[in-house]
Design a protein around this ligand. Sequence first.
Ligand SMILES: [Zn+2]
Length: 447
Amino acid sequence: MRIVAVSTSSLWVAFFLFLLTPPTVAAQSGEARGDGPTAIHAGMLFDGTDGEMARDVTILIRDGRIEAVGTDVEVPGDAERIDLSEWTVLPGLIDMHTHITGDPADLGADRGAFLFRYPEQPTLVGVRNAQVTLMAGFTTVRDLGAPGTTALALRDGIASGLVHGPRMVTAISMGTTGSHCDRTTGIRPGTADVDERRPYVFDGPQEAEATVRRAVRDGADMIKVCATAGVLSLTEDIGPAQMTSEELEAVVSSAAMLNRRVAAHAHGLEGIQNAVRAGITSIDHGSVLDDEVMREMTERGTWLVPTMMAYEAVVEMAEEGFLPPGPAQKALEIRPYVVESHRRAFAAGVPVAFGTDAGVFEHGRNAEEFQLMVDAGLSPREALLAATRNAAEALGMSEELGTVEAGRWADLVAVRGNPLDDVSVLEDVGFVMKEGVVYKRDGRPAR
Ligand SMILES: [Zn+2]
């Protein structure tokens, strides 16, 4: 009798767990993906596969995915036709470094404002930012750190069609005690426990492994670590490493075991070296790079996510007197190294994926990064590939995103003019489709 009771209850547990199975990153079930087929006629198409531009191409879309692409695609009679013959069509853009629930207003000298807010507030801010980001042509973002579970909630809200926004690949960020990822650094003891991010602070490889497992349990699509200090935290020096090699290796190996990738926030050289050698997927920021580490990144296929917009933003805020004194000084100190490091990395052929750190500046300005990349030596073609094919590869989602090919999600944007002649045309995206649903048309929201 007892055995029967136990097995019945475990069946119920299994049933509820089945109900609780979370949506996958790419799934979007709540919003119709367009009932019938759709045919887009593109005047020009940058499909993201090889960096070439094609003319007069038809893209046939069904059930949210691309069914066929070419100059002689047969269009079914019942297909909805979208005429983009005066436009250049590209894969939906991907930003590999956002804080979509973040508001740049919070980076100023008054860091106490969060004490007066409910913990759900960043999700609401994120709803607005997600819409703005999607309208700017970014159909996928890798979100690298938010208070508590706010970004995870937003990710699921977008995936289920509750709110409009880019597909979110969402990290939980973690680091050692007193590091950039320990958000209590610089706040007096006793106040610290109000901070939601405290659970993901660790010391030593064993705790690092446990923290990765806990983050995955809590819903992380991936892991972000702070391998060095940050510009915007109050008191730490910008240069030194903040994790040992052993801790980084523990994070990377335990994440890999659970099929998760790891991004490293890293400014100083030692922290970058440790992270690259531990097998990290991407170095984000990458302020101080030497020839040796650039060679290692190229050999291993470690992605550099330059976030050049972030440096512009913090320097501007420092010069305007908006930042607290510590961060302001760090912003001005780091700047000369960054420009030089990125220029040399681009010239050396280090793999580059597009990322901005949106949230440090106003969301929706993400595409301004393209011009900064070109100013530092990338060709427009390379900059575009960084935000499409390369970014999808760095996410491990090449079969789903990043190119306009049969089988991929119908994530498409369109601009006037030719971005291979002038990348700044990407700052004015006039058409946005995500998974076959049109969100923007003729420069205006379609929904
Ligand atoms: Zn960031």
